[in-house]
Design a protein around this ligand. Structure first.
Ligand code: ADP
Ligand code: MG
Length: 631
């Protein structure tokens, strides 16, 4: 037998292995995701290399991943064997790839991981990926047998084994004593720790794969299991008399039951009798089973035409752990603009999370599942998380053309995430518009749940302000739901302002009766009734719609636009000013500092007077909010 070359791990690897083994106990499920993702990468590398060099792979033998579960037996330990028909590794590659860490930012990662608690480390893993070393979460010892394809440079590859135990600071590399058994690719044998034998349960492992590598690799994953089954023992049947030897006996025919049973033919009765007499002997056999785990492409990879509404609903609920079906979704493929193509489904949840408005403005989205080639990478878009107004959205994005070995860390720093974020927002707004144009009932439900979110968006997201403000619906003194565009369509000739009345927390019916609306109502003008804090902030932020300014009817500066045709009224006003000057002077003196000015107004019809805010000052409403915020 060839000597086993012993190597010491590079010091960073030793540190990483220690972190993995010591602090990630509660995250150990991830080993399967990491190993499947590596197998997937290895096959993808083979496929890509073969595009240039057909001799490496001519397309004939299959590209797949297989998992074998071996139950412990006698002194044989329980094992999981994961094989792929990918690019494989030479002995040198086994040494460098599995014995050293070449990732950028490794030291930084290690320092952070060593100083954080288990949960913190868990988050770091998502961002960094522990790859191969996660094997040691569940395995005492790992064997990696690998055989690269024959090439011009390496015409006679020899299958080698990498072997290491969880508590070793070294690993061994040696030619596989079994010879070149693999044909091509890599076989990883995890010798399970005693406390981790649960992973040998086929259902448990299937669940894990569906969850983590869900919809998994782009290549088929097969799970090999052995099942025991009771089958008729054919040897035993041979010994028994053949069925046709058992003639119906007269005695049997004469039993009252059989006489009543007209339907039963003599043959059937005969068969029954034969079975009674000679029940076939059963024996236990072991049946091999190959279960295709990712038979269906994941829902987002399918053509939307082939996916039913029910499929989307089920997928959404399972994937995002939701009870309620989504309100709407959009399934599309796209290009990030930097050459990364991807597929995505953007979901609008059935309703807003109850906690939504309690959470701080800075809280970022966490339901964007980012995949690369079907393998889940992260939910954490870092600084590229969606803004508060869109943070409730649920998205699955699967990128196709990211570099094969993109680490989760590099991904965070690429332009890709920034672009993905923009694409998501664009399509989200697209969904809103579709509901508005085509599905009035759903749009109403959407407004009820997300109306305030649109206003927040129009305030917060200056880039999309126009689009979001256009989707916002308002109550008016005429209608229950009106867009700003509709307001302008309905406006009276000569009207130069968009009138609104803002009083936080007041019922619309109360607002309609407000003294500030009397005059406008009498003249047939429409007034937006604003009773949410965000409403007023919104109109003050956008200031105008299609160049028509907003005008608070509770502030001075109201212009009806038909003043010209109201010469009489003007003259009347002048006369009134003259006539009531003594009264105004008296009132001003009495009110003292409490008001800035006492003026004659033509905006009231039945009420004798009103206190209004200064044209350039804050309204009482905003003042209340400001003091609440500062306090
Ligand atoms: P990463 O996948 O992020 O590179 P890993 O620790 O998961 O980090 O894997 C380290 C390296 O080992 C991979 O980059 C690859 O070169 C090699 N490797 C791991 N698994 C396989 C495999 N099944 N087939 C071929 N090479 C592999
Ligand atoms: Mg990996």
């Amino acid at each position: 037998e060839a000597p086993k070359a012993k190597h010491n791990y590079q010091s960073d690897v030793a540190r990483l292995r220690k972190i993995v083994i010591n602090s990630l106990y509660s995250h150990k499920d991830i080993f399967i995701r990491e190993l499947i993702s590596n197998a997937n990468d290895a096959i993808e590398k083979l496929r890509l290399t073969s595009l240039k060099d057909k001799s490496i792979w001519d397309g004939s033998n299959p590209l797949n991943i297989t998992l074998k579960l071996v139950k412990p037996e006698g002194d044989q330990p329980g094992r999981i064997i994961i094989s792929d028909t990918g690019i494989g590794m030479t002995p040198e590659e086994l040494t460098t790839n599995l014995g050293t860490l070449a990732k950028s930012g490794t030291s930084d990662f290690l320092a952070r991981a060593e100083n954080s608690d288990a949960t913190g480390t868990g988050n770091l893993i998502g961002a960094f990926g522990l790859g191969f070393y996660s094997s040691f979460l569940v395995a005492d010892r790992v064997y990696v047998a690998s055989l690269p394809p024959a090439t011009a440079q390496n015409p006679n590859p020899v299958q080698h084994v990498f072997s290491s135990s969880a508590d070793d600071s070294s690993f061994e590399i040696y030619p596989d004593p079994r010879g070149n058994t693999l044909g091509r690719g890599t076989e990883i044998t995890l010798v399970l720790k005693n406390e981790d034998l649960e992973y040998l349960d086929a259902d448990r492992l299937t669940d894990l794969i569906n969850k983590h590598s869900s919809y998994s690799s782009a290549f088929p994953i097969y799970l090999f299991t052995q099942r025991t089954e009771e089958v008729p023992d054919e040897d035993a049947i041979q010994d028994a008399p053949p069925a046709d030897a058992a003639e119906p006996t007269p005695a049997a025919e004469e039993t009252p039951e059989s006489k009543d049973e007209d339907e039963a033919t003599i043959e059937e009765v005969a068969e029954e009798k034969a079975e009674e007499k000679a029940p076939p002997k059963m024996k236990t056999v072991v049946v091999d089973e190959w279960k295709h785990l990712n038979e269906q492409p994941p829902i987002w990879m399918r053509d939307p035409k082939d996916v039913k509404e029910e499929d989307y609903n089920n997928f959404y609920k399972a994937f995002f752990k939701e009870i309620e079906s989504p309100l709407a979704w959009h399934h599309f493929s796209g290009d990030s603009g930097s050459g990364v193509s991807f597929r995505a489904i953007v979901f609008v949840p059935g309703s807003l999370d109850e906690q939504y408005w309690q959470q701080p403005l800075a809280s970022k989205s966490k339901d964007i599942k980012l995949m690369v080639k079907r393998v889940f990478i992260t939910s954490d878009l870092g600084d590229e998380g969606l803004p508060k107004w869109a943070s409730w959205v649920r998205v699955v994005v699967d990128a196709e053309d990211l570099p094969l070995n993109v680490s989760r860390e590099t991904l965070q720093s690429t332009r890709f995430l920034k672009q993905v974020k923009q694409v998501i927002i664009k399509h989200l707004i697209g969904i809103f518009n579709r509901l508005a144009d085509e599905e009035p009932a759903k749009f109403e439900r959407f407004q009820k749940n997300y109306g305030s979110v649109l206003k927040l968006g129009a305030v917060e997201d200056t880039k999309n302000r126009e689009k979001l403000a256009a989707l916002t619906r308002f109550h008016t003194n005429h209608k229950d739901s009106l867009s700003l565009d509709q307001y302008l369509e309905n406006k009276k000739q000569g009207q130069k302002q968009i009138f609104y009345l803002a009083e936080m927390g007041r019922e619309f019916d109360d607002l309609k009766k407000s003294v500030f609306i009397e005059k406008l109502d009498a003249r047939g003008y429409e007034v937006l009734l604003l009773n949410e804090p965000l409403d007023e902030i919104l109109v003050q932020n956008i200031r105008q719609w299609k160049r028509v300014p907003f005008q608070d009817v509770a502030k001075a500066g109201l212009k009806f636009g038909d003043e010209e045709s109201q010469k009489d009224e003007k003259a009347e006003m002048e006369a009134a000013k003259e006539k009531f000057k003594p009264l105004l002077d008296y009132l001003k003196k009495e009110a003292g500092d409490k008001v800035r000015e006492v003026v004659i107004s033509n905006r009231l019809v039945t009420s004798p007077c009103a206190i209004v805010a200064d044209q350039h000052g804050y309204t009482a409403n905003v003042e209340r909010m400001m003091s609440a915020q500062n306090g």
